[in-house]
Design a protein around this ligand. Structure first.
Ligand SMILES: [Zn+2]
Length: 250
């Protein structure tokens, strides 16, 4: 794929990076990323992936924009409260970069439709906020041999990890980390979250996606980055593969 003149100008600041270059940019333009959720994590992730010229973004979300979303879900605006989130997202991303294709899916992800949702993508980015959806996406990624960039946030803290068991049987899956859902899992709606922290973690998901698509840098396969913005502490811990994992064990 040859880059057009205005593509070379638009992406010039990353094309001059020695690890990306024109070849890397062409790879990004030819890539498809599935993003589950146009919310707090999906917003910054989609904005940066669109701006970077990832050629196709598949965005799934069945919710509508609410006033209480705007504190952190930066794809959406006050004037779009009440609109479907995926349509609001498509407008925001199209304004930033009309060079890419945004495909919207306004259905809730289920056991029945997940396979077709992931069918066309190179990589999966999870911006969901509950264990049932994360387990569903993890299983689908295993079956369809997709890498999964998972993240979670709460309060001033966040975490991000990449699960690649679908492409590397030695790598852990999401369920190796959380074999069972916690009995009490506080949510952002019950316990609160700082928008800037969600933005940091979603942006890290975008950076991880770009590196995985290009096969560059140190990735988060088999490890998890823990971010505590309150105390300014970042930790990187390793995630072992669980032999008795309910999803990938045995
Ligand atoms: Zn597992």
């Amino acid at each position: 794929m040859n880059l057009l003149e205005d593509q070379i100008e638009r992406y010039s600041r990353q094309i001059i990076l020695k690890d990306i270059g024109g070849v890397g940019q062409a790879t990004l333009l030819d890539s498809t990323v599935f993003i589950l959720g146009a919310g707090g994590l999906g917003s910054p992730a989609a904005l940066y992936l669109a701006a970077a010229g990832v050629g196709r973004l598949l965005i799934a979300d069945s919710d509508r924009v609410e006033l209480s979303n705007l504190q952190r879900q930066i794809l959406h605006t006050t004037s779009r409260v009440g609109e479907a989130k995926v349509l609001s997202a498509k407008k925001a991303l199209g304004d930033i970069n009309p060079d890419i294709e945004v495909i919207t899916i306004s259905e809730r992800i289920t056991q029945q439709n997940v396979a077709s949702m992931l069918d066309r993508c190179d990589l999966v980015l999870d911006g969901s906020d509950n264990f049932a959806t994360r387990y569903l996406l993890n299983e689908a990624c295993l079956k369809q041999k997709k890498m999964l960039i998972s993240a979670a946030v709460l309060g001033f803290e966040g975490q991000i990890a990449t699960f690649a068991h679908g492409v590397d049987p030695k790598a852990p899956c999401y369920r190796c980390l959380f074999p069972n859902p916690p009995q009490f899992a506080p949510t952002c709606s019950s316990a609160g979250v700082l928008g800037a922290v969600v933005g940091t973690v979603g942006t890290m998901q975008a950076a991880e996606a770009i590196k995985l698509l290009l096969g560059i840098g140190q990735n988060l396969i088999g490890s998890m980055l823990l971010i505590n913005a309150f105390d300014n502490i970042f930790h990187n811990i390793s995630i072992p593969k669980l032999q008795e994992c309910p999803t990938c064990g045995g």
